[in-house]
Ligand binder design. Structure first.
Ligand code: 8GP
Length: 795
């Protein structure tokens, strides 16, 4: 490998400004500076990347492939700078040119190639894989438009297309030489033993590579995203006949496949284009994986020994039948051997038990698009039934193809994402398959990368921690326990509290400048940020706020704890109930914030366009983390971990990873309320459970009445009748039944917050005891329990 001397960052920036972008410092615009800095940082990442790739080849190590329809990576420049420990150098280099570091960083578009938790987890995993030095690739789709941009008009959510590629993007390397043909439709021929699929339509998948660097630049892996291209991009004949639209049609059609990210989180719509995207990603990834494997190892029977493919939910589940098709139809292995090899290579993560999220495809659509795969699925299903005579559920029931069951049968391990979720998998959706394969389900509780979610987003707290215990916590987060003795020291605790206050001041200033929202940093900052969904119960939060407001009005001098309630989150464009909840929060905020009697004590704001960057601002400044889903519904949560790590105690239910967070931080540092998953199931069987809860709690009744009667929508009093009817009627997510206990927990929060020292102690224990929630720990779990993969870093 060529060895080159690394120039100082300042020189590298200037060099790129001049020779990569053709600008001198006098004429460079902000974007030029951002690009020049990015290229200077990228050069160093590339050095680490080449070295890692070389080591992986030389050692013949097993490789991990993470297939995911979503990678919610956010901005990458700060990530690179922080991981390469270039913060000070970058700041002073830019200062030499009179450029502000933060302004330059803020110019980068936020790559939102994901919806929420599942996509952000994939991004944290990539960073942890590199930090650990596990040879890995992420495979996804290079969507031209990521998750829509959200704004509010009269409190209503408006969606606009997201355009992250309209600005220059520094991180990817186009690989025009890496292209694969992906087919759809057509027919299957059968000549004796030889079965062949003849697709009717083909597009090309072209690779774009982004290096992902780990802590201290010791290792870098690749995120390879596929973009759709036409095989014959231009119809010259049509052009020559003056039909310019038809001439360009093939390219437009092929590009459609990677044009947009589906904006649904935890709902499946069964759309044809979505299935095409799934096969496009999976087909291209498998060809790429097998090409690399063939070049290096040759003997296909060694595939499970050298390759681990993780399916991020069922979206890439077609990998099972596709691998069998390649091994059996194309390479001539016996069917049973092909299935064995595929199963030895694949594993599957389940991220939700919500029935509406479990993928199942109409067999006629599926068979039309993937005629050979549906035959193979039938054969896989048939052999599985033969080997397991007590099986009652087929993956091909009701004229559907059930991707959850297919994934389970084709995977050597299936994992849940928190202890509770994994146990529920065994007793609900996968009960029968778990009985037949009792060793297949394992748990890998989620985690978050401490580089982004503490070191980069909360430099003040990171600084205090490093000063107190050294910097080893950055890639060994459980070292944070060593903060515990410091918590007993009141001077240290004051500094801890001071850091939180500074973060709150910074957020207040930013909200003031950006939204004209003026918040007193001494208020309790109560934050709920996540996708909008009934099971996450943002409506429970706003109902409690309304009840609280009514109570303050009645008795303004009762010594209330001042509170700022912050919300942020997007609703799927077709999820009208969730959109109504957004509007209700905005309408309630308008009325409540304008109330001179109460607004010293209660303010509400819904910040638009929630994304990774906004989370990075809010998490360090939060006092209280709202994790209030109906127990049994949130598979894990990862926002909950970010808040705890940054010193915001949780008010939450025993759901998902909240259970483990509470175990780790201690019950006395967590505000628990609500029914358990078991009690939830029982409560649903109680007739008129909502009505009974409302009758028992006059505060709840009064809050609902205000919503129903249009207190927050005087120009349209009926606006929220739908919400009121739902809550007073079926109330599937048990908002009413959990309300009273939620109210109680919130008043405990109020009281606890008044004791400044006591609160700081609670917050500090949350930080000190959150080390286990590092995604490094999670990835080590996958490497050990599922992939049988090793780190290639020494020591
Ligand atoms: C989410 C879960 O809702 C969340 O609890 C968990 O922390 C996260 O995955 C990471 O494991 N699930 C999804 O985002 C999800 O299932 N999305 C697919 C249906 C699109």
């Amino acid at each position: 490998m060529i060895q080159m001397k690394t120039p100082p960052l300042r020189d590298a920036i200037l060099r790129h400004l001049t020779y990569s972008f053709g600008k001198d410092p006098e004429h460079a615009i902000l974007e030029d500076w951002r690009m020049a800095l990015s290229y200077a940082v990228r050069d160093r990442i590339v050095d680490a990347w080449f070295k890692a790739t070389g080591t992986t080849y030389d050692t013949g190590a097993k490789r991990v492939y993470y297939l995911s329809m979503e990678f919610l990576i956010g901005r990458l420049l700060e990530d690179g700078i922080v991981n390469l420990e270039l913060v000070d150098e970058a700041k002073s280099a830019l200062a030499e040119f009179s450029k502000d570091y933060h302004e330059v960083l803020a110019d980068e578009p936020d790559a939102a190639l994901g919806n929420g938790g599942l996509g952000r987890l994939a991004a944290c995993f990539l960073e942890s894989l590199s930090t650990i030095g596990c040879p890995a690739h992420g495979y996804g789709i290079r969507y031209e438009h990521g998750l829509f941009r959200q704004s509010f008009v009269d409190g209503r959510q408006i969606e606009q297309p997201e355009l992250w590629l309209s600005q220059r993007h520094a991180w990817e390397f186009e690989r025009p030489e890496v292209r694969y043909r992906i087919g759809f439709g057509g027919h299957v021929t059968n000549h004796g033993e030889t079965v062949r699929w003849h697709p009717a339509e083909e597009v090309e998948a072209e690779a774009f590579d982004t290096p992902i660097v780990g802590w201290k630049g010791r290792w870098a892996n690749t995120l390879r995203l596929w973009s759709g291209r036409a095989i014959h991009p231009f119809d010259l004949d049509a052009f020559n006949h003056g039909d310019y639209a038809r001439a360009a049609a093939p390219e437009a059609l092929a590009r459609t496949i990677s044009r947009v990210l589906y904006p649904d989180d935890t709902t499946e719509q069964g759309k044809e284009l979505r299935l095409k995207q799934e096969y496009f990603l999976t087909g291209a990834a498998l060809r790429d994986i097998l090409r690399r494997f063939d070049n290096q190892f040759g003997d296909i029977r060694k595939l499970p020994e050298k390759v681990a493919i993780q399916l991020n939910d069922t979206h890439p589940a077609i990998a099972g039948p596709e691998l069998v098709r390649i091994l059996h139809d194309e390479r001539g292995l016996p069917f049973d051997d092909a299935v064995e090899i595929a199963r030895g290579t694949l594993s599957y993560t389940n991220h939700t038990l919500l029935p509406e999220a479990l993928e199942s495809w109409d067999e006629s659509l599926f068979g039309r698009l993937l005629p050979r795969h549906i035959q193979l699925i039938d054969q896989i299903d048939y052999t599985h039934a033969q080997k397991n005579p007590s099986r009652t559920q087929s993956m091909r029931a009701d004229h559907q193809v059930k991707m959850g069951q297919l994934s389970f049968v084709m995977a050597h391990h299936v994992n849940g994402v928190s202890a509770l979720h994994t146990e529920l998998m065994k007793t609900t959706v996968f009960e029968e398959l778990h009985r037949l394969h009792p060793d297949r389900i394992v748990n890998e509780t989620n985690g978050v990368t401490p580089r982004r979610w503490l070191l980069a987003c909360n430099p003040a707290l990171a600084g205090l921690i490093t000063e107190s215990i050294g910097e080893s916590w950055v890639d060994d987060l459980e070292q944070l326990e060593r903060l515990e003795p410091h918590i007993q020291d009141s001077a240290w605790l004051d500094r801890y509290a001071q850091v939180k206050r500074e973060n709150k001041v910074e957020l207040s200033n930013w909200m003031g400048q950006t939204y004209g929202l003026h918040a007193d940093p001494d208020m309790l900052f109560d934050v709920q940020i996540k996708r909008m969904h009934e099971y996450k119960r943002q409506h429970l939060n706003i109902l409690e706020a309304i009840a609280h407001w009514q109570e303050i009005r009645e008795n303004p001098d009762a010594g209330w704890t001042p509170r700022l309630k912050l919300f942020a989150g997007k609703a799927a464009p077709g999820y009208f109930f969730a959109k109504d909840i957004i509007r209700l929060i905005n309408d309630a905020a308008t009325v409540i914030n304008a109330d001179p009697v109460t607004n010293k004590y209660l303010k509400i704001a819904f910040l638009p366009n929630y994304n990774v960057t906004l989370a990075e601002r809010l998490v360090p400044a939060a006092d209280l983390s709202e994790q209030i889903s109906t127990a049994g519904k949130e598979a894990s949560g990862t926002g909950n971990m970010k808040f705890a790590l940054n010193g915001a105690p949780t008010v939450g239910t025993l759901d998902g990873a909240n259970v483990e967070i509470r175990e780790h931080v201690g019950a006395e540092n967590f505000f628990l309320f609500g029914m358990t998953a078991e009690e939830v199931m029982e409560r649903r069987t109680v007739e008129s459970h909502a009505r009974k809860a409302i009758e028992a709690d006059p505060r709840l009744a009064a809050a609902l009445k205000a919503v129903r009667e249009g207190r927050f929508s005087p120009s349209e009093p009926d606006r929220y009748r739908g919400i009121a009817d739902n809550l007073e009627g079926a109330d599937y997510f048990l908002v009413c039944s959990d309300f009273t206990d939620y109210w109680r927990a919130q008043r405990e929060v109020d009281a606890a917050f008044k004791d400044t020292q006591g609160w700081a102690r609670m917050a500090a224990f949350n930080t000190a005891r959150s080390g286990w929630f590092s995604s490094d720990r999670t990835i080590r779990g996958y490497m050990h329990d599922i992939w049988n993969a090793k780190s290639l870093l020494q020591g």
